[in-house]
Write a protein that binds this ligand. Structure first.
Ligand SMILES: Nc1ncnc2c1ncn2[C@@H]1O[C@H](COP(=O)(O)OP(=O)(O)OP(=O)(O)O)[C@@H](O)[C@H]1O
Ligand SMILES: [Mg+2]
Length: 131
């Protein structure tokens, strides 16, 4: 997956000021040179190769791409549920790639909301019964 700031081929930006001067807005999420692969040898898959991304405060961002292009991989890194092979990921200016497990738990609890692609719901139980 390749996303670059200002490159709208992979990311659709919306919001009333989205096309105005981005430098006036605060960047809440910045990815620089993110790389993430799975497996090794001939079975190695490079899911993310040198991804740069900047998301500004108040911005709604849609990441579009064909199946297997790396969307979930990117979201897993942003969500703190997986870590990149290289690159940095700044959230509110702090590199979340360097966080301890405890700090990551706090990050996931307080900073990030995640709706998973597969909910793994238990159809035989109601939400109340699960609680
Ligand atoms: N845990 C894993 N082990 C090995 N390969 C993986 C793993 N997770 C993802 N991949 C591979 O990495 C690539 C990117 O996968 P990813 O799930 O990020 O794509 P996606 O854009 O979210 O796809 P979809 O639209 O189907 O959800 C794919 O080639 C996938 O097969
Ligand atoms: Mg996915």
């Amino acid at each position: 997956m390749m996303i670059r700031s200002g490159d709208h081929s992979g990311a659709a930006r919306t919001g009333e000021k989205s096309m105005s001067n981005q430098s006036e807005k605060r960047a809440v999420l910045q990815a620089k040179g993110l790389c993430k692969g799975y497996g090794s040898g001939s079975g190695r898959v490079e899911a993310l190769r040198d991804v740069d991304l900047c998301v500004y405060e108040g911005e709604l961002l849609v990441i579009l791409g064909s199946s297997g292009c790396g969307k979930s991989t990117l979201l897993n890194l942003i969500g703190g549920v997986d870590s990149p092979d290289s690159g940095i990921l700044l959230v509110d200016g702090k590199n979340i790639c360097n966080l301890s497990e405890r700090e990551l738990t706090d990050y996931r609890r307080n900073k990030i909301g995640f709706v998973f692609q597969f909910f793994h719901l238990l159809p035989e139980l109601t939400a109340e019964e699960l609680g």
